[in-house]
Write a protein that binds this ligand. Structure first.
Ligand SMILES: [Fe+2]
Ligand SMILES: [Fe+2]
Length: 241
């Protein structure tokens, strides 16, 4: 396996590792670095990918300089390597929503995490990230996304999860492949709150969507979020029939 690095927006780096056997056409695991005075990582990758991911990150910023370790929710691909990163980066701290800290991270993190309120901003010096709670969307009580305000980059984690090993940035539709992914993996917690939560993210009018599994995009971001929400509404309605 190999990890590739691309700058997908000004100072926003995507590290991508494709696992060929995880899905037809392969399945990518992507992490993102916000390069600022206080560099921030979004997703650590699983423990087994630490050498690959940390090696790629260190080409952009020395690990010792990492200040924030963040992710969408508590699963191994999101945060499996967080304690390895905490060990390699003595100044780094995990930051997550209050629920995630209370339920899991106060116990799981080798150093105490910072608990963020919904909408709270961390000024990274040159970049600003806003924490947004999205409970159970796409899954897990502690789910959240992160919005980098200066570039309009929405780190949307497992939203739009899709198979394949596409380019770092695509102009192609991401909604169709995301619905194929949903049919394949059934990874989204379907509830009456799923669509409204996703529609609220669309109102940010993001310039870039940074996906954990799939290509990032700068095309039709808000419209894609709205279309994804509409499709989940239909699935919820169908399940209630
Ligand atoms: Fe997940
Ligand atoms: Fe994931």
């Amino acid at each position: 396996m190999q990890t590739t690095t691309h700058e997908i927006a000004d100072g926003i780096y995507r590290f991508s590792t494709c696992v060929p056997d995880a899905a037809p056409g392969g399945f990518t695991f992507n992490q993102f670095l916000v390069n600022a005075d206080e560099p921030l990582l979004f997703h650590t990758g699983p423990r087994g990918m630490f050498d690959l991911v940390s090696g790629a990150v260190s080409h952009i910023v020395p690990l010792q300089k990492l200040r924030w370790i963040t992710f969408g929710h508590v699963e191994s691909d999101e945060c499996g390597a967080m304690n390895q990163f905490l060990a390699a980066a003595p100044q780094a701290q995990v930051a997550h929503g209050a629920i995630g800290c209370m339920v899991s991270l106060n116990d799981l993190c080798d150093r105490p995490p910072r608990a963020l309120a919904d909408g709270e901003v961390i000024d990274l010096g040159g970049k600003r990230v806003r924490h947004i709670d999205t409970p159970h969307v796409p899954h897990n009580w502690e789910a959240r996304v992160l919005y980098e305000e200066t570039t309009g980059t929405l780190f949307c984690g497992d939203l739009f999860t899709q198979a394949g090993n596409g380019p770092a940035l695509t102009d192609s539709d991401i909604v169709g492949p995301a619905l194929d992914g949903e049919r394949m993996f059934h990874h989204t917690s379907l509830s009456p709150y799923t669509a409204p939560t996703i529609r609220k993210l669309a109102t940010l009018q993001p310039a870039t969507l940074a996906l954990m599994h799939g290509s990032s995009t700068r095309t039709d971001c808000a419209a894609s979020l709205d279309a994804l929400a509409d499709a989940y509404d239909q699935l919820v309605a169908k399940a209630a029939e």
